[in-house]
Ligand binder design. Sequence first.
Ligand code: GDP
Length: 478
Amino acid sequence: EAITVQELANRMAEKGADLVKALFNMGMMVTVNQTIDQDTAELLVEEFGHRIQRVSDSDIDIDTSTDVDPEEALQARPPVVTIMGHVDHGKTSLLDALRGTDVVRGEAGGITQHMGAYQIRTKGGDHVTFLDTPGHEAFTEMRARGANVTDIVVLVVAADDGIMPQTIEAINHTKAADVPMIVAINKCDKEEANPKRIRERLLEHEVIVEEMSGDVQDVEVSAKTGKGLDELIEKILLQAEFLELKANPDRPAEATVVEAKLDKGKGPLATILVNRGTLKRGDVFVVGTESGRVRAMHDDKGKQVKEAGPSMPVEVLGLGGVPMAGDQLLVVENEQRAREVAEYRQEKATEKRTAMAPASLDTMFSALADKQNVIEFPLLVKADVQGSVEAINNALHNLSNDDIKVRILHSGVGAITESDVTLASASGAPIIGFNVRPNAKAREQIEQSKTRMMYYDIIYQLTEEIAKEMAGELGPER
Ligand code: GDP
């Protein structure tokens, strides 16, 4: 595993010449175009360690990651929930049914507009925000873009059907993101419904619900009759309380774009979720590589609002262009500053596309950041038959030791799909293909995301190579 000095410099947002100088001081004469090995790269990363903590070039760009709110400024904020599950298990129906439980909407007469997220107020006066684009693909795409907006995942499983391929994908994507899950066993109004069997089957995927003496909450619901919806909301609120979700509402807003589009009449529109602070009409902001000023805001009922606090979804008017889902919106002092940052980011985005490092460096960085703890070695496994999947998973688990652990984010039978690639790139994990190849769309995405692919047809070769990589990950001192 080698990398050129320039590539490493780009990855660290440092000047190539500075790295060459540092290498010279270590007694190595190299140019920026020469490659260095993993050990030397690690040394350099450590050498520059205090500086790679910096997320962006704070001279020009805005970096609020070090700007931590004081404890006393924090206030509870509503949870943000994503619904996942297999196709036809009732995600859309459940989202609609939950929307119907909103006490405010009940009073106002129920105008609904789809804008990517909505918020309900419960009978008890609590708020819950739901992302309106169900499924794990959207969830992981956002995560791949660095946006972790979902606090809680509701996994929908139809009680008359069972655990299906996308159920398993949803479970694995949720686990990879370390987001807590609540299982909603849907269609319980049906005669064939067998919730008990669902709970048992979930065990096979290491989802142990409370009734099976695990710690995953579960609830029997029917999106059709409304059975269990109040209980589901209660469980979401309980989970939220446990997570102690808090944000400082009294500061300039930081938000995440959950959906954006170009409207013929209104121009670019973005639905955003406020992470912290309060977004106000007239605020100047940068969002991704665009700048703008809040001309107007609407809530999910189409009502004009003057401001939006944490976890509140609003549609914003007044953007210079259409941002991407997952982009961060940051309020800045004035328009000049907003334009400066947006332009800088546009330049950077072009640079970055030509200089992305392979995924294994990501794992190296996270490993360095976390040296005291057990290092995780994330992987995705796809194979041609179930027997191979199991054999490979077992063999890989046996490679784990006290210092480093194989973490199989997802495994399954069949070609490598786009969903696999999204998960791999969001987690900086390579994909192992055993007697399988990616489909056409996935191949394109592999190119773009520079996801690492490892193909095998003999299991011991696979384990040998992974074992070697894992040893390399630990570094020479272990
Ligand atoms: P999605 O693909 O997961 O979004 O599933 P949908 O919400 O589109 O639902 C798929 C089908 O199941 C539709 O025909 C729904 O009417 C039906 N359905 C959803 N929830 C329930 C339920 O609780 N009970 C019954 N009987 N049917 C349901």
